[in-house]
Design a protein around this ligand. Sequence first.
Ligand SMILES: [Zn+2]
Length: 300
Amino acid sequence: MAFVPAVLSFAVPASGLERLKKVSDRFYFFQGDFGNPNSGVIVTPGGLVVIDAQWSTAAAGDFLREIREVSDLPVRFLVYTHAHADHVSGAHVLAQGATVAASASTAREMEERGREMVDALKERIRNQADDLPLVLPALTFSGRTVIRIGGVDVVLIDVGRGHSWGDTAVFLPEEGILYAADLVATNRFPWIRESSIREWLAALARLSAETGGPVEKVFPGHGEPGGAAQIERTKRLLEALRREVGAAIEAGWSTFEAQRRIRLTEFSSLENYEFRLPPAVGRVYEEMEAEKEGIAPGHP
Ligand SMILES: [Zn+2]
């Protein structure tokens, strides 16, 4: 299957912006501007855990500079939430001396098509000069895994295939902070072009089951922070897509007709709704048609 770039638009970050925000004593959230990818930092006496590596050498450099304004402790772990290039491409800047950790399925996706995804990203941002070496994870895990560092439990929840071939959320149980990355949409319509919605819904159910504690704040991979309600809202969005597309197939509409006619009014105020809805409908149509044939299409 042809690779579709994970990110459709990039903007050059304005320098000098303070984008690293303190959420709690331990957690800082770095919000990419213009919907560019977010990251997180967990500060412990034993060193830092960085979540996601930004999308270019410059963006990772900006992020690291802001990290250095709040802590000079070494980055001990860099965790990838998933393999998409916009979340891993700045790892060479951030991972120096750190252990790079990811789920086994993310590691596999990176081995199989990581280079291809990074090259597509370079095409997209029109910066072939940015080297972006692929930094593969050195530590892989499956299921629910706890990293105990400086007396802090950092819970890694590998929920399996959802938005990508394998998605990981990072949970701080004591603070109820969940970095859910691209599994959860807050103010932006999610990117759905290769995912299986059925698997994504199962991944969200697993996520809710495996936090093992109340979720107070939710941080997406792109856009604004949210709360537990955004997990439920993302489920409703994905369910609505399946419901509407199911009805369209039932009514005999073509993919094109479904893409033109389906509206999800509850979600129409989300950023990118107009331009991401038609490809999402196309993808779900393809998935549901394949289900009728008894094929579970899922990911490539
Ligand atoms: Zn992604």
